[in-house]
Design a protein. Structure first.
Length: 385
């Protein structure tokens, strides 16, 4: 990403940093943060005493921003895997206010136990009394005051967390652009490697015409093969595709492989609900999951094996489960790393093309590998606008 990060703060937000660089930048930021706000209060009307209780109280008052920020940043990193846009911002904001309230209670409780609130400044004593008062003793106005105080204090962290969110958004745009560029590059390489695809399809159609009177089974096999080839060559250029089309090709692909390995492979396909014709999913996501199941569960071994696929649709959400047997022989020890990389790329593609929450969970044991995908379906007309 060096080409995207020529200036600071873009360099800070986008360019990969070492742990030492991050510690240096963060230490510098918090030092400037503390100095700025201490200077601000030094010029306030309230007379400051340099007694131990006052020094400690002001130190804790500003130091509490540090754990609140890092806890909120950690939560943001988790939330962004499931939420997007306005929902992500609202949830992060609410969490920051709750964390700030907990930090305020902890600070004033510590000061009260150590020095007593009455020995501190009047502002600390008054607001600390509200935080430490029993829940039922505070009036509704008191709770509103505490909420406003928590929000007011939280806004001091909007700048550092806002920079983190901005960096995240910028990286998302760069990843999307790089993903599209990589896809175009792969498409070009695939086209260059294709030996006259029209010729191949036309030849298969000619062979189909010859086989049809002789063997319906062979003809059905060629129909499925032609459909899969046509799909991969001509229908996967867009980021989103109609669910019913990918599902139909997926069934053809699994049927082909089931016939190919019929002596040792059991394939089960369950469609629990009708597949709508006006819903979209990210192109080749389902196909890739099934292809991975064959690649890692069937191709590497001569053992008996199995693949189960289950598709359900509820409330405009797709639930797709696939499980496959794990080969005991000829199983490459580093294949699980490749599976992890493949799932990461699928998750990144879904995140860039689907609005709303989704989940992609992979589990395994000694006998099987299991992937569970749940994502919202996109309306075809909405995507075309």
């Amino acid at each position: 990403m060096d080409r995207h990060a020529q200036h600071f703060p873009l360099c800070y937000m986008l360019q990969p940093q070492t742990l030492r660089q991050r510690m240096k930048y963060h230490a510098l930021f918090w030092l400037l943060f503390m100095i700025f706000h201490l200077l601000y209060f030094a010029g306030s009307k309230e007379k400051i005493h340099f007694e131990t209780s006052w020094v400690v109280s002001y130190a804790l008052y500003y130091l509490r921003f540090i754990p609140v920020y890092y806890l909120a940043a950690g939560a943001f990193s988790r939330l962004k895997e499931r939420y997007y846009g306005v929902s992500l911002m609202i949830l992060t904001g609410i969490l920051m206010v709750l964390l700030m309230h907990a930090a305020n209670v902890a600070v004033f409780f510590t000061l009260d136990k150590g020095f007593g609130l009455s020995t501190l400044s009047k502002s600390f004593s008054d607001i600390g009394g509200l935080y430490l008062a029993p829940i039922r003793s505070n009036s509704l106005d008191d709770w509103w005051m505490l909420l406003i105080y928590d929000i007011t204090e939280t806004q001091l962290l909007f700048l550092p967390l806002g920079l983190k969110m901005t960096g995240y958004g910028a990286r998302q745009q760069i990843e999307k652009r790089d993903l599209l560029a990589g896809k175009l590059k792969n498409d070009l390489a695939m086209l260059r490697a294709q030996p006259a695809p029209h010729f191949i399809l036309n030849t298969l159609n000619s062979v189909l015409a010859e086989f049809l009177p002789v063997s319906e089974k062979a003809a059905a096999y060629l129909v499925s093969l032609t459909d899969v080839l046509h799909f991969t060559l001509y229908e996967t250029g867009e980021e989103m595709i109609e669910l019913h089309r990918e599902w139909a090709v997926l069934r053809h692909f699994m049927s082909l492989e089931a016939q190919r390995f019929e002596d040792r492979l059991r394939v089960s396909i369950r469609q629990n609900d009708p597949v709508p014709t006006d819903k979209l999913v990210p192109t080749l996501v389902l196909f890739t999951l099934v292809e991975n199941a064959f690649k890692h569960g069937v191709y590497p071994t001569f053992e008996d094996c199995w693949i189960d696929v289950d598709l359900s649709i509820r409330h405009d959400r797709l639930h797709f489960c696939i499980r496959n047997s794990k080969p005991k022989i000829f199983h490459a020890p580093n294949s699980q790393n490749r599976i992890g990389i493949g799932l990461y790329n699928i998750k990144k593609r879904i995140k860039l093309n689907v609005s709303g929450t989704f989940s992609l969970i992979a589990t395994q044991n000694k006998e099987e590998f299991y992937v569970d995908l749940s994502l919202p379906l996109t309306q075809a007309s909405d995507k075309s606008q």
